[in-house]
Design a protein around this ligand. Sequence first.
Ligand SMILES: Nc1ncnc2c1ncn2[C@@H]1O[C@H](COP(=O)(O)OP(=O)(O)OP(=O)(O)O)[C@@H](O)[C@H]1O
Ligand SMILES: [Mg+2]
Length: 259
Amino acid sequence: MIELKKVTIAFGSNVVLRDIDLRVNKGEIVTILGRSGCGKSTLLRAAMGLIPIASGEIFVQGRRVDDIKERDMDEVRKTMGMVFQEGALFDSMTVFENVAFALRRHTKLKEKEIREIVNERLEAVDLEGAEHKRPDQLSGGMRRRVGIARALAMKPDILLYDEPTTGLDPILTATVVELILKMRDRYGATSIVVTHDLEAASRISDRAAMIHDGRFIAQGAIAELEASADPDVSTFFTIMDRRAAAGNAKQGRRPDADA
Ligand SMILES: Nc1ncnc2c1ncn2[C@@H]1O[C@H](COP(=O)(O)OP(=O)(O)OP(=O)(O)O)[C@@H](O)[C@H]1O
Ligand SMILES: [Mg+2]
């Protein structure tokens, strides 16, 4: 469904990703891990055709997209949904209009059908009742969930989630994890999820890949990565585990309380 072949991306002299190879098959959920600034969002944006690549090839559903015309990419994007890290909501539109945006733009659905879909998606992210608010009237976690509802609106074949659970409380995190799994189980969606949440990652991913110094230094099940002897991989997991333990302690839970 998504394939990156030897993709290199640079911003000026800053080479962010080097010779990245990644293949995500239909119905798979792959998580991307790595330190802040390592290029995770860049990878998703490239898959969405939002930034140019220096070399390599990107295929979406078998179609090469890195050198595609913008109008053709628009067609491809109809089958993709992206949850942007920074939300990227339209500030002048209500929550309802944000979620309805792609449905209005790409389909000929009647108003009543659009309303049903939007309400169903908002309910799925626990936001019923917020449809008339504007993004600047929402909390960060609410905006993130509007972003998720908007990405899911068209029931896309491919979903790219950039830190979908960051800033959400444990209950909402669980809701979002269930939603990501449901999109796969019910609609066969193929997903790439960027996350710092190792617990969520191990629940949702078939496979994880870790970026370090512009390359994938490890790919496999989260448990395999956790057991990796590579010092860069094990350092990442040790620090993340410690942070998760500290977070649990803050919430008055033992790290293994819900194991
Ligand atoms: N549009 C851009 N122009 C110039 N540099 C950019 C641009 N987008 C990203 N970068 C650079 O690319 C690198 C990777 O950024 P990216 O946002 O992909 O990191 P990330 O892994 O998503 O980090 P985080 O976990 O903090 O979200 C950074 O050095 C960043 O400064
Ligand atoms: Mg990012």
